[in-house]
Design a protein around this ligand. Sequence first.
Ligand SMILES: Nc1ncnc2c1ncn2[C@@H]1O[C@H](COP(=O)(O)OP(=O)(O)O)[C@@H](O)[C@H]1O
Ligand SMILES: [Mg+2]
Length: 371
Amino acid sequence: MTRKVRGRRIQSLGSRFFVALSVTLLVVAAAIFVVSGVVGPMIFHAHLAQADLSDPTTVVMHAEEAFQFASTISLAVGIVIAVAVAMLVFGYLASRMNASLSRLESAATSIADGDYAVRLPRLDIGSEFEALGVAFNDMTQRLQTTEETRRRLLSDLAHELRTPIATIQAQVDGIEDGVVTAETSLPVLSSQVARLTRLSEDVVLLSRAEEHALSFEFEVGSVGDLVAETVDSLALRYRGKGVALHLDRRPTPDVVIDRARLGQVIANLLTNALTATAPGGSVHVSVANPDADHVSIEVRDTGIGIAAEQLPHLFERFYRVDQARDRDHGGFGIGLTIARAIVDGHHGRITAASNGPGTGAAFTILLPTVG
Ligand SMILES: Nc1ncnc2c1ncn2[C@@H]1O[C@H](COP(=O)(O)OP(=O)(O)O)[C@@H](O)[C@H]1O
Ligand SMILES: [Mg+2]
């Protein structure tokens, strides 16, 4: 029996055992046949030739003795050959299995010791082992990716924590040295604490998103309603900054959405657009049905725009166009990373477009329609 492993047909371990057993039995049968057919009669003949055939009473005795001797010797030789062949064939199979298992064992030990780069070489001993090797390597690959993501996330996070902590430390030192008063530093301290709190909440979401472990509560609903609610909730902030906010809402079919999560994505796009747009500018939000299979949400602003070389990086975590300025004041550059994970969870797409600095930017979400 053969089995396909990663496109290759490989004989199973069971059929290899079957072949080994058949070969052994054939060799044994041939050995016994040859020994009893060739060696037996020769011994029988030699024995009889020594006897005195003129005396009929000893002829029978010698014939019996010759027969017994010949058959015992043939059987013994046959058994010795059979045992030797069986030991050779099965010893070879066992040593191949041993070698494969010890390769597997040493790879598993390396992984237990934290070395995820190890890969299992081909286990040349049947399709079952081959499939085990492939599954093992897939598992190791996943572990390696998760471990690398975790390590990078931790180092990025440590980097992000440095600024607010340094600011808090400076304020505390200032109070201790009597250079600043508690009252003047209180607003700074509380804004940095708020920043740290936001970071800790976002990081929980981010790490879930990166492990593809975000949970969703899907329902069939109206994207237009959701966008309108989010626009309403941010209207006051827009008015406060003097940026106009317009909503153009076309009739669209219902789609499968997680209202809370998708609402969070739209709120992030609207907040980003507000941050990027100076007073007097405007942001246009539109909900439409560009083709039968999709509903689109577009947030277009007249703000600072994005350079072409920055566009591909916007969705990377902790990425901000103006790292130095935004590290102190702005967000953490996590919003769009989470947004992409949430839109992916809806089987949709999110893209960014801009004609360059000063020309504004547009973010578009495409969601598949039901059916
Ligand atoms: N509408 C926009 N116009 C210009 N730049 C933008 C816009 N939206 C996002 N960006 C850039 O993308 C970066 C990442 O956005 P995001 O992931 O939401 O992080 P955050 O808002 O925390 O900075 C922002 O820091 C900003 O530099
Ligand atoms: Mg943001």
